[in-house]
Design a protein around this ligand. Structure first.
Ligand code: FES
Ligand code: FES
Length: 153
């Protein structure tokens, strides 16, 4: 079926089979910053924002996003113009292998949008669905606190 959704501020038309998950479609359409870890909704590597809510795209049917607003990591910053969260993750050493990083930044971005001055506990809670095999959690929290102190995003 033919779908239209707004992805990173642009109206995008794409084809999706009724059984296809959004993660598969996004990666096929070139949004490779959306990572596939477990593919079962457990690791958070595929997290994106749909209509302001962080969701794991591997357990969302592509057919359900008609007309919705989607944000992936590609819509947050670029290598030439990184988002403050991307800069802070880099400078705080919160990136090791980097596999979890796009989704952790997506999660932090959504958190700071709804709560510009989160407590450490609120940050931990927000990140609780994003698994990091490299154990960068403390550094991720430092990075998010730093951006919040700078006035959010
Ligand atoms: Fe979607 Fe792990 S790949 S939650
Ligand atoms: Fe390697 Fe998080 S930096 S999984």
């Amino acid at each position: 079926m033919r779908m239209i959704a707004t992805i990173n501020g642009e109206k995008i038309a794409f084809e999706a089979e009724a059984h296809e998950m959004l993660l598969d479609v996004l990666r096929r359409e070139g949004y490779k910053g959306v990572k596939r870890g477990c593919n079962t909704g457990d690791c958070g590597a595929c997290a994106i924002i749909i209509d302001g809510v962080v969701v794991n795209s591997c357990i969302v049917f592509a057919a359900s996003v008609q007309g919705k607003e989607i944000i992936t990591i590609e819509g947050i910053g670029t290598p030439d113009d990184p988002h403050p969260l991307q800069t802070a993750f880099d400078e705080e050493g919160a990136i090791q292998c980097g596999f979890c990083t796009p989704a952790s930044i997506i999660t932090a971005y959504a958190l700071l949008k709804r709560n510009p001055n989160p407590t450490e506990e609120e940050i931990r809670d927000a990140l609780s669905g994003n698994l990091c095999r490299c154990g960068t959690y403390t550094k991720q929290i430092n990075a998010i606190q730093r951006v919040a102190k700078q006035g959010g995003d």
